[in-house]
Structure formats: C-alpha cells, structure tokens
Design a protein around this ligand. Structure first.
Ligand SMILES: Nc1ncnc2c1ncn2[C@@H]1O[C@H](COP(=O)(O)OP(=O)(O)OP(=O)(O)O)[C@@H](O)[C@H]1O
Length: 647
C-alpha cells in the first residue's frame, strides 16, 4: 500500500512538474526516481514492484507520446482532412490492385489492425468535432419575421449564463442589461448588452416579466436557444452607456473628399445628424453609423482630429481679418460692476449694440476681443446622449440665438402668434422706473436696485446687464414660470449664457438664427426696420450696409465659438421659409421620442449641487468631465434603482 502511494506520489510529482519534464526528459526523471526508491521501500518486494512498474516499456512509450504531443501543444493543429478511415480503406483497395509486394502486404496488414482502424476513426471524430454537443437546427420561420433577428443556441452547463436582464420601461421589451465579464454569455461573444430577447426556447417573451424568464431557462435540458434582436440594429438606447453618440457640426460628402481611403465604405452626413461612433481605433478615420434609418451599416467618417486639422487649414479668414476699431467707448455698459463677471452682450429688448455708431463700435470691439481670443471650438462633432422624454415631460426651453438684427425676435413673435398655447416668453426684470403705459409682470418686473443686486449674487439671472444706468435681466424663475404654465419657453440669450440653462430641469434646444449671404440680406431687409433702443429719440431705423457686415461677422464669430451648442441652424433669408422650417423643426423635436442632448453640459448651478460625471473616454478629452456635469439628463430621467434580473 505504502509502495503504491509512493508510486502515485511520484506520478503526481511528474504531472505537477511536467513543464520541467519537457526540458529534462521523462526517461531521466524515471531513472532518478528509481535511484531514490531504496530509501522509501522497506521490503524487497515493494522495491521490485516499483521497479517493474516504472521500468515498464509501455509506460515509457506513453511518456514519450506525451512528450511528442507537448511539442504540438502550442501549434493549434488543424486536421488536413476529416475522412482518414475511409481514405485508409480506399488505399488498401488500391494497394491490393498493385500486387502483393512485401511492403504492400505490411501496409495492408497495418491498416487492417483493429487499433489502427480505431485510431483513424477517432481522428475523424475529432476532426469533425463530434465531441461537441449538437445544437438543434435553426427554426425555418425565424428569419421571416425580422431580418435582424439572431438565433443563439448555447449548450447548458452548470455555469450560469452571466447576464442580467430587465424590462425596457419605454418599449416593454426584455433587454440584456449587463454581461458579466468571463461568464458564459461573454465567452460566447453572441449576446450583448442592449440585445432584445424575443424568445427563449421558442417561448415568446412578449408581456412577460423578467422573473418569469428564469424558469424557462431552468426547464431546458441540454441547450438554451434565444431569439434576439441585436442592440446594434434596433436603435436601442437602453445600452447607450457603452456607446458613443455624436452630433455632426459639419456636412460631409465623401464624393468631395479626395483623402477618403475608400469611397464606398464612407458614410455621408449633414450637419446636425446624430451618428453612433462604433470604432475610434484609427486616429484619422472613425467608423460611424447613422441612427435615422435603422441600418446598422457603419462606414468611415473623418475623425475629430482630422476634421480639426482640416478646419485649421481653412479657418475662416474673418477671424484673422484686421479691422480698424476705434478705442472702445463703453460709456453706458458696466457689466462687471457688481460681481466682476464680464458679460459679453445684452439681448433684444435691452440690447445696446446699435444705438449709435460709437455704441456699435464698442459692441464690435467687445465681440472682436471675445471672438479672436475667446475659446474656439472647431466645428467637428459634439457628444450627445439620448434623452427619452416621458409624456409628462413635454416642455423644454427653446433658446433662440443669433446676431443682433438677424430676426430672433421676429421668429419668437411668429412662434408665439402661431401657437400661443404651446409657446411662452419670459418677462424681463428691470430697475428703471415704470412708465405710464406699462404694467408690472407684463412688460417688466420692476424691482429695486438692491433686490436686483441681491438676485445677481444669488445667481438668479441667466443674463443681465446695465443700460443707461438701469439693470435689465432675464431670471431663471421667469423661465420656470412659463414652464409651469405648461408651455415651451422661448428664450432669447447670448450663446455664452446658454450654459446657465444647460440643466436637466431646462433641457434647452438651441436654435441659431443665421443671416444669409450679404446679397440676400440687402434684398430681404430693404424695408425692415429695427429697434435702436427704447430710450433713443428715433427708436427704429432701417438697416445700413454696416449693419449687414456686422451681422455676418457676429454670426461667424458666434458659430466659431458656440456651434457645438446649436441643435439647429436656421438661415433667415426669406422670413416665411425660415419660420416654416423653424416651426416644423420644433414640432418634430417636441414629438420625437428620443431627443439628443449634448453630454458636455456646463451647468454652473448644478455643479454646486454635486453632480458627477460618468463618462470616461470622451471627445473632449475629459474637459466635460472636469466640469463634472455630463450625463445630467441621464441622472434625472434614465437612472433607475430597480435591480436587473440575473440569468
Ligand atoms: N427674413 C427677414 N426678411 C425681412 N425682414 C426681416 C427678416 N427677419 C427679420 N426681419 C426684420 O428685421 C428687423 C430686425 O429683426 P428682429 O427684431 O427680429 O431682430 P433681432 O434678431 O431680434 O435683433 P435685436 O435683438 O437686436 O432686436 C425686424 O424689423 C424684422 O421684422
């Protein structure tokens, strides 16, 4: 008994140290084992038994075979052919026809030996991978329903599937919520997060709860068959956490791009299109796919880096255009007087930019200093996240931005007239005296200087400034008031102030009203008059050539700095056409089930509330994360504390 145990110990030692063995050789090891056995054997017969066992020729042959096989271990051999047994039979027949020479006889005898036949049939079985369990055939009708359906059959083992499922709140579908690393589902590579489960073993999952699915799995014996709609082809936003979506801020036509490596493999897009980036492995050419048509074909698009370089090469001349600017006369504007915060410009009803030529110059000087030296965002892509609104949450803020005189007020006015139940506007605050014809809460909220200044310190204003010694401002509360009435709040702010409403509460949709080319401006604005300033002697005057130039320059500067914030650009040439386009676009946006919202939000107000970012690798290289503010919409509207159901 002791001897047998020792023998087993020796063999155990062999298998433990098999990597060493391949170096030193089994034979030498056996000899060394034998040389030490005397010390461990009490009786002569034990020694003999061990000796005969370890010196057994067959054992040595087995070890030799093992050593040989070890040489092939890393080479992952594939069978040359899969019918060795039948080949041997055919060969024997042919050899017999060749005549009975000694070599032929020997070979025929060898092929006739039962163990050689067995060896060849084992070879064939391995080549056919017969050791793997057979999976049932794919049902014939599976592909008829939806061509994106995938049938996945997995052999059932004791190992759990390693996936969690949950019910998609919006669609009611059962979706794969998580795939555990290294689990059966992960290893199979066939099931992914966001996949929609349609059937398990032929049983439809429609109207079933996640809990009811586990018993279906446990009922199946050898294998489990899932009918799946892959996440990549059904616009599933439930798995978007892992995906990167961007909105293009430029038009791209591969036919006009001589640098594209393969035109047929490219994807064209228009500014504003939402793309899913599926690969960023190549620094120059990313792979992306459109979401709008449900097609899952991804293609090449210029990477952000490439587009930035291209843009740098053809950066608008206007940015470098030297202009003669008289020393700025900032007579009546004292933006930093209270908080030290510099305000780039006031808006509409109290806008200062064009009251007089000197004020225009002042405004221009402010704009140029901001435009040329301020943050510059080349128009490439902006990361967006899907916001799935629920029916209670229809209202959003629509921020209209654009250079002075372009027609922002005109668009606002027309929207209000067209649907007063849907749209509303804020009432500004001012510290100036109420006039006879004005009424509190309709024209303005009239407040004292001390109240206004306190509100500034409390960050109550989206935008504020001073004009002729009086404060004017748009408060966050006035936006809330419009929203509380169940209306879409039309807000009219400088783009630099959009960040104040970039919160989950306001979810702004930003429309940039852009002037057309100067020829069209001259044509369309011949009879137009704009308000110069309510305090002026001539409050309205017609546009001068200089106003058009100013408008175009400002639009260019705004676009260079803030294009990444614009959801929509409306060129206001023909006013009726522009308005129709705007109205249709807003209606479409409000009715869309999924709205795309920039992930890079800068809500100063919410930063202090302690929201944190969930993004890691993002387009801006983490700038948004440093602000700690991305994915706010997700936090408010998508996050759920409900646990997933594990399979
Ligand atoms: N497409 C257009 N064709 C002709 N006139 C237009 C067009 N768009 C706007 N206007 C007119 O131009 C003038 C200025 O427009 P609007 O007051 O809307 O400018 P704004 O962008 O609000 O600028 P501000 O804030 O400085 O008032 C108005 O008389 C308006 O009716």
């Amino acid at each position: 008994m002791k001897t047998a145990r020792f023998a087993l110990l020796c063999l155990g030692f062999y298998f433990e140290t098999r990597s060493v063995i391949s170096v030193f050789g089994v034979y030498r090891l056996l000899l060394s084992v034998m040389s030490g056995t005397e010390n461990h054997t009490d009786r002569e017969e034990d020694y003999r038994f061990l000796h005969s066992m370890l010196m057994e020729k067959k054992l040595h042959l087995l070890f030799k075979i093992h050593e040989r096989l070890k040489c092939f271990e890393k080479r992952s051999l594939v069978p040359v052919q899969e019918h060795a047994a039948s080949l041997a039979t055919d060969l024997v027949k042919e050899l017999i026809d060749q005549g009975w020479r000694d070599e032929v006889k020997e070979l025929v005898a060898l092929f006739s030996k039962p163990y050689v036949k067995s060896l060849l049939s084992v070879h064939d079985a391995v080549a056919h991978r017969e050791f793997e369990p057979t999976l049932p055939p794919v049902p014939d009708d599976a592909l008829e329903e939806e061509d994106s359906v995938k049938i996945v059959s997995l052999v059932k083992t004791k190992e759990p599937l390693g996936a969690t499922i949950k019910k998609d709140k919006a669609t009611g579908a059962i979706v794969v919520a998580r795939i555990m690393r290294g689990g059966a589902a992960d290893k199979s590579g066939l099931i992914h997060e966001g996949d929609e489960l349609k059937e398990v073993n032929g049983v439809s999952l429609e109207n079933r709860k996640p809990k009811e699915i586990l018993p279906l799995l446990s009922r199946s014996r050898d294998n489990v068959t899932f009918t799946i709609i892959p996440a990549s082809s059904n616009d599933d936003v439930s798995s978007y956490k892992k995906k990167l979506f961007v909105r293009a801020i430029f038009d791209y036509d591969p036919n006009e791009d001589p640098a594209i490596p393969c035109q047929d493999a490219a994807v064209s897009f228009k500014r504003g299109d939402v793309l899913q980036i599926v690969s960023m492995e190549d620094d120059t050419w990313w792979q992306a796919r459109h979401l709008r048509d449900g097609s899952s074909r991804a293609g090449l698009v210029p990477s952000q880096l490439l587009q930035e370089r291209r843009f740098a090469l053809q950066r608008p001349k206007g940015l470098f255009r030297p202009r003669q600017i008289r020393p700025p006369v900032v007579e009546d504007v004292d933006y930093g007087a209270i908080t030290g915060i510099h305000i780039a410009g006031l808006r509409r009803s109290f806008r200062l930019g064009r009251k007089s030529s000197w004020a225009r110059e002042a405004a221009r000087s402010r704009r140029w200093s901001a435009g040329a030296h301020g943050p510059f965002h080349p128009p490439t892509y902006i990361e967006v996240i899907p916001y799935r609104k629920d029916h209670k949450d229809r209202r959003r803020v629509v921020a209209l931005v654009g250079p002075s005189g372009v027609g922002v007020s005109e668009m606002k006015r027309r929207l209000l007239l067209s649907d007063p139940d849907r749209y509303g506007i804020t009432v500004p605050y001012t510290t100036r005296e109420k006039r006879r014809q004005e009424s509190e809460g309709t024209d303005y909220h009239f407040v004292s200087v001390s109240v206004f200044e306190e509100d500034i310190l409390n960050h109550s204003y989206i935008e504020y400034g001073r004009y002729k010694g009086h404060y004017y401002g748009t408060s966050l509360d006035s936006v809330r008031k419009v929203m509380a009435e169940g209306k879409v709040c039309l807000l009219d702010v400088h783009p630099s102030k959009i960040s104040h409403v970039y919160t989950s509460e306001f979810k702004p949709y930003v429309v940039f009203v852009k002037p057309p080319r100067i020829e069209e401006l001259r044509l369309t604005r011949r009879r137009a008059k704009f308000i110069c300033g309510e305090e002026d002697a001539t409050p309205a005057r017609i546009f001068a050539e200089e106003d058009f130039e100013d408008m175009i320059d400002t639009a260019e500067t705004m676009e260079n700095q803030y294009a990444h914030l614009f959801d929509k650009v409306i060129v206001n040439g023909d006013v009726a056409v522009a308005f129709r386009e705007l109205k249709a676009n807003l209606e479409k946006m409000q009715e869309a089930e999924v709205q795309w919202i920039p992930a890079q939000v800068l809500p100063l107000l919410l930063l202090s509330a302690g929201f944190s970012s969930q993004n890691s690798k993002r387009l801006d290289g983490g700038r948004a994360n440093k602000q700690g503010s991305s994915r706010l919409f997700e936090l408010s509207s998508q996050s759920s504390t409900k646990p997933d159901n594990i399979l």
